[in-house]
Design a protein around this ligand. Structure first.
Ligand code: GUN
Length: 280
């Protein structure tokens, strides 16, 4: 029987752990503040930001929302970030992505003080992760490591195939799995014979954004499957990159969508806010 990895439950446990750490800091007169910058009117971004605010509230983290109009210039946004970098009361800074097309997202990420970069997107944090130095880690991959560890799914020495090479999930995921001594393959849209590559995986991590593309024919019997997809099927229903019902009989463990990887991202963001306070 496949174990269903309950990301909602684990994220709840992590939020409670963070809440306790925030309380202990408060006892020492230290507050944790997350500044969330939202530029423009993307409806999905609004929902994500609202979820982050709610999580802050739960954990006792002060959230400060900075809403900027669609026509905000890059220079204006950089000035806001500069102000937050210099503000001693601000522990973490997050600019919700995507930013409007006339703004260079990489320049924005580079402008954030790496010690306040709770998304873990700054090149300094990405570099630190790559060479095993302390730093803030990208939330979704860090959340996946938490899921694997808390479900006692062994990583060291095992074949891990990651499908997707984004800066937010695929690449940092590969670095974290390497750090845990997995044998890592990063596959992507140009990979020849993707099916054959996936069938090597003891741990298959999918981050392609293509609804239900991984059916049973991609799965090695007994593999653990981690699905980072947040896709819509033909009926408009939320689903993952993995055809869940089809692969279920073949896997040893699997994350559902929704309720698997998704809730972990915000939980790890809360964790990173405390981590940023500790790294100060
Ligand atoms: N947009 C989608 N995912 C993310 C995320 O993890 N962080 C930020 N800042 N924006 C996002």
């Amino acid at each position: 029987m496949a174990e269903i990895i309950n990301g909602r439950e684990v994220s709840g446990i992590i939020r409670d752990e963070v809440k306790e750490k925030v309380r202990l800091l408060k006892d020492r007169g230290i507050t944790v503040t997350l500044a969330v910058v939202l530029v423009g009117n993307d409806p999905a971004s609004r929902i994500y930001v609202r979820n982050k605010e709610k999580a802050c509230e739960y954990c006792g983290i002060i959230s400060r929302k900075i809403e900027l109009g669609e026509s905000t210039t890059q220079q204006e946004l950089l000035s806001v970030i500069e102000g937050l970098n210099a503000d001693k009361d601000v522990t973490g800074i997050l600019v919700q992505l995507p930013v409007p097309a006339h703004i260079d997202a990489d320049a924005v990420i580079r402008a954030i003080d790496p010690s306040k970069d709770v998304d873990g997107f700054h090149p300094q944090n990405v570099g630190a992760l790559s060479i095993g130095l302390p730093g803030l880690k990208s939330c979704t991959p860090a959340g996946i490591i938490e899921l694997l560890k808390r479900y006692e799914i062994p990583i060291a020495g095992r074949e891990c195939v990651i499908v997707g090479r984004s800066n937010i999930v695929g690449k940092p995921m590969a670095m974290l799995m390497l750090r845990e001594n997995a044998t890592v393959t990063v596959a992507h849209s140009k990979t020849a014979d993707l099916k054959e590559v996936c069938r090597r995986a003891d741990i298959l991590i999918t981050a392609t954004g293509r609804a239900k593309m991984f059916d049973r024919s991609y799965i090695k019997e007994g593999a653990a499957v981690i699905d980072c997809g947040m896709d819509r099927d033909a009926d408009g229903k939320l689903c993952g990159d993995v055809d869940y019902e089809d692969v279920l009989p073949a896997v040893s463990a699997i994350t559902p969508v929704p309720g698997g990887v998704g809730p972990m991202t915000v939980a790890m963001l809360m964790h990173n806010c405390v981590e940023a306070q500790m790294l100060r």
